[in-house]
Design a protein around this ligand. Structure first.
Ligand code: HEM
Length: 505
């Protein structure tokens, strides 16, 4: 049997891997996949067999470059990302298995999320300005009247801020969320969202078995309240959709109320020749935007939390950032007529950029494997000196958390060193391409790369600029700050307690 498994020539991560997928499933069930893959690649090389029909790759040529043109679903309709459908399995761009259907949807959305649109959007600038000056900075100031002046769980506030910016860009300021001000709703939302995290394994890895066991044996592999929590989040999203729809009907008076993404999607979906079968347009639209808000707030909130954690441990870097931020005109400090510096100016601040990039590299919010299937005719994978023929229908993935640890590309890769991103023009072109694009994988690559990356970078830069233009930060309690071993990887403790110190102006 051993010799007949098609992947037998590829070094295995475990003696059982050529024979059975039970081993890798066991590793996943125990929440040890990322750590296990790291050890396996260090031991056997760039291509590792994880099961009779499964590989992990950790290289660019013969790896990421080829694999991220493949489909998410296989010919039997197996698709790891189906799990991310909403409203009872209504697909969205992220969850879609086939590349063709995916690209139809992506074409509808690319424009509103493109860098040129994001950085010139009047609506987004006005929304960000309101959220930072009227919500975020007042929240920070309010911590000084608490029992422990200046102390707060910054992870919750950063998540609230990214949610508010993302939903306001999607639905407009009036119809979007205001989690920063509504602390009860914030607690409600984070509790619902975070409590579901550890119940992905069965429905994601074994969706058919999970459904079968529930239907025929009456046993639930995920507790009922997880479905209820999803239902609540879906209702909350649908309400924002309805409110955005109402704003459009009434007519948008202020640019910040424009539901940019919702409007674009509604227009393109109602024009599309294929209306998506029997699923009502309303559910398709809501499933799509629910994925954006979930993808957009969580990942950016996690990244920002690690920015604050790293800066809080590095007072010199903080000072350097604060010096740079002082060059902003107008400065990002409370004022009677708040305005924001031009997005292009903020984007071009070198140290702010370096701090964000280094955090995306070392603390990728999605460090885990991104599975695809090899095409029916098979392919060759692996670097030139160690490449293998791989038949069709094999599950193959790469992981940002592993690619970013390449010491040949990132010197002292395990250290947080923003300096590595400075003076890039002095580095040779090949090395620069390796660092900035070939091996930098925080947003993935290929046709299914993150559509929201420019919005993510935009909001992260403004939020960090607002925080460090006004305060210094120090750690109060960072117990459990290590990232969980999972696909999306928040801090284990779901919190980071810091103390703010007001900067003297
Ligand atoms: C630091 C922030 C972010 C990180 C690290 C991140 C990371 C990623 C990654 C790695 C993927 C590719 C997954 C794959 O290969 O299947 C992805 C896809 C996606 N992201 Fe992001 N993301 C971030 C922010 C955002 C934001 C703000 C949005 C808001 C709209 C967003 C929406 C999406 C969507 C819709 C997809 C699916 C794209 C497609 O299937 O074509 N992301 N993201």
């Amino acid at each position: 049997h051993y010799n007949r498994t098609p992947l037998h020539k590829i070094p295995a991560a475990h003696p059982l891997a050529h024979t059975t997928s039970l081993w890798i499933s066991w590793i996943r069930w125990r929440g040890k996949e990322n750590a296990t893959l790291r050890v396996a690649h260090a031991r056997v090389g760039a291509v590792v067999c994880l099961g009779p029909h499964e590989l992990s790759v950790n290289c660019v040529r013969g790896g990421v470059r080829d694999v991220y043109g493949f489909e998410k679903g296989d010919e039997r309709g197996v698709n790891w990302y189906s799990f991310f459908g909403n409203y009872g399995g209504v697909e969205n761009m992220f969850s879609t298995g086939g590349n063709k259907a995916h690209s139809v949807r992506k074409r509808m959305l690319s424009y509103v999320y493109s860098k040129s649109h994001v950085t010139t959007s009047e609506a987004l600038l006005a929304q960000t300005c309101t959220i930072l000056y009227e919500r975020f900075l007042p929240y920070l100031a309010s911590t000084f009247s608490g029992a422990d002046p200046g102390v707060l769980n910054i992870y919750a506030l950063l998540s609230a801020t990214t949610m508010d910016i993302v939903t306001c860009y999607i639905f407009g300021l009036r119809a979007g969320s205001n989690l920063i001000d509504d602390r009860e709703q914030l607690a409600w939302f984070l509790d619902l969202y975070n409590s579901r995290r550890s119940f992905n394994f069965w429905p994601q890895e074994f969706p058919r078995l999970t459904a079968f066991v529930e239907k025929w044996l009456g046993y639930r592999l995920t507790p009922k309240w997880v479905d209820e929590a999803n239902g609540e989040i879906e209702k909350w999203t649908m309400k924002m959709c309805d409110n955005a729809g109402a704003v459009l009907v009434q007519g948008v008076a202020r640019s910040e109320d424009r539901p940019v993404v919702y409007q674009q999607l509604q227009n393109s979906m109602s024009r599309a020749s294929d209306k998506g079968g029997d699923t009502p347009l309303k559910a398709q639209l809501a499933s799509e935007v629910l994925d954006h808000l979930a993808a957009g707030f969580d990942t950016s909130g996690i990244t920002l939390t690690y920015v604050v954690h790293e800066l809080s441990q590095n007072p010199d870097m903080q000072k350097r950032l604060q010096r740079e931020l002082r060059s902003l005109s107008p400065p990002l400090v409370p004022s009677s007529s708040p305005t924001l510096s031009d997005p292009k100016t903020v984007d071009a601040l070198p140290f702010l950029h370096a701090v964000i990039w280094e955090t995306l590299r070392l603390h990728s919010a999605i460090p885990g494997p991104q599975p695809r299937f090899t095409p029916p005719h098979g392919c060759r994978l692996g670097p030139e000196d160690a490449s293998y023929y791989v038949p069709g229908g094999v599950r193959v993935s790469a992981s940002a958390g592993l690619l970013h640890q390449n010491e040949d590309v990132y010197d002292r890769a395990h250290e947080w060193r923003p300096e590595r991103w400075l003076d890039m023009e002095k580095i040779g072109e090949e090395k620069r391409k390796d660092m900035e694009s070939r091996w930098f994988w925080a947003f993935g690559s290929g046709g299914r790369m993150c559509v929201g990356s420019h919005l993510a970078v935009y909001q992260m830069k403004y939020i960090i600029a607002a925080l460090y233009s006004n305060y210094s930060t120090a750690i109060v309690d960072d117990t459990g700050i290590e990232q969980t071993d999972s696909y999306t990887a928040p801090p284990k403790s779901d919190k980071l307690l810091i103390r703010l110190e007001k900067l003297r102006v």
